[in-house]
Ligand binder design. Structure first.
Ligand SMILES: Nc1ncnc2c1ncn2[C@@H]1O[C@H](COP(=O)(O)OP(=O)(O)O)[C@@H](O)[C@H]1O
Ligand SMILES: [Mg+2]
Length: 244
């Protein structure tokens, strides 16, 4: 059995008195690729922000186990936060070159001579030729690849991704999925991936969770989730019959 990385217990989150997430229990394990699927408004991004320790749940406990002591939003230390990478749905890049954006995190960490590492990363995202292009001139797919590279170059132990391929063309979707798979194989990075694309979840995930109206309807290993879902709502969602 893998090590528990996140332990959530009786977690609730709300905005302006409205509860948007209610999770009695959820464990996430080291080294897994967990896909969170569900319709728009289900609470996927909210859950990811809680996992990223950007917000604390209004009720219940969310513990992240990276070292000896469990971490919560309130007591996360800088070296622990550094082990956690996040790629947002609409990434914001610096209005500088692609290279500067990819190198940025390493610079912040005081690493001056990062050229070889940055070049290798540019190669991996197939953007060596665009190294000097300004971020504002990039296409959506290129932008998302740079945002991913910026996170991957720091070799986080855990990477949280919010719809990293939403609205991208098949070529870019394939590139990004390959990068994620590679990272997982090379570094055993734990990935938590929000996607409304069930095919992507099927291609990438080792475990899949369905969120509906802020509740965890079902969570199961990928094969079981897709081939023998227990909840009729899961069956409806994966067959595309759930209207949303
Ligand atoms: N910062 C916020 N303020 C108020 N309501 C929010 C905020 N973020 C999310 N919500 C609401 O919480 C619910 C879940 O949103 P979200 O987590 O973004 O869903 P998803 O990512 O699954 O589409 C939605 O009803 C949304 O309107
Ligand atoms: Mg969202």
């Amino acid at each position: 059995m893998s090590k528990v990385l996140y332990a959530l217990k009786d977690v609730e989150h709300s905005y302006a008195q409205r509860t948007v997430l209610r999770i009695p229990a959820l464990d996430i394990y080291t080294g897994e690729i967990l896909a969170l699927v569900g319709p728009s408004g289900a609470g996927k991004s909210t859950l990811l922000r809680l996992l990223a320790l950007l917000e604390a749940p209004v009720r219940g406990t969310l513990h992240l186990h990276l070292g000896e002591r469990p971490i919560t939003k309130a007591d996360a230390r800088i070296h622990e936060r550094r082990q956690l990478g996040m790629v947002f749905q609409r990434p914001i890049l610096l209005s500088r070159s692609v290279r500067a954006n990819v190198a940025y995190g390493l610079r912040l960490r005081g690493q001056r001579d990062a050229n070889a590492q940055v070049d290798a990363m540019l190669e991996r995202i197939a953007m060596r030729d665009l190294a000097d292009a300004r971020a504002q001139t990039l296409s959506g797919g290129e932008l998302q690849r740079v945002a991913l590279a910026r996170a991957l170059i720091l070799e986080p132990r855990l990477l949280l991704l919010d719809e990293p391929t939403a609205n991208l063309d098949p070529h870019n979707v394939h590139l990004i999925e390959t990068l994620l798979r590679e990272q997982h194989e090379r570094y055993h990075t734990t990935l938590v991936l929000v996607t409304h694309n069930v095919f992507q979840a099927k291609r990438l995930a080792t475990r899949v969770a369905l969120l509906l109206d802020g509740e965890l309807v079902e969570i199961a290993p990928s094969a079981a989730f897709f081939e023998s879902p227990r909840d009729p709502r899961t069956a409806a969602f994966i067959s595309g019959d759930l209207i949303y």
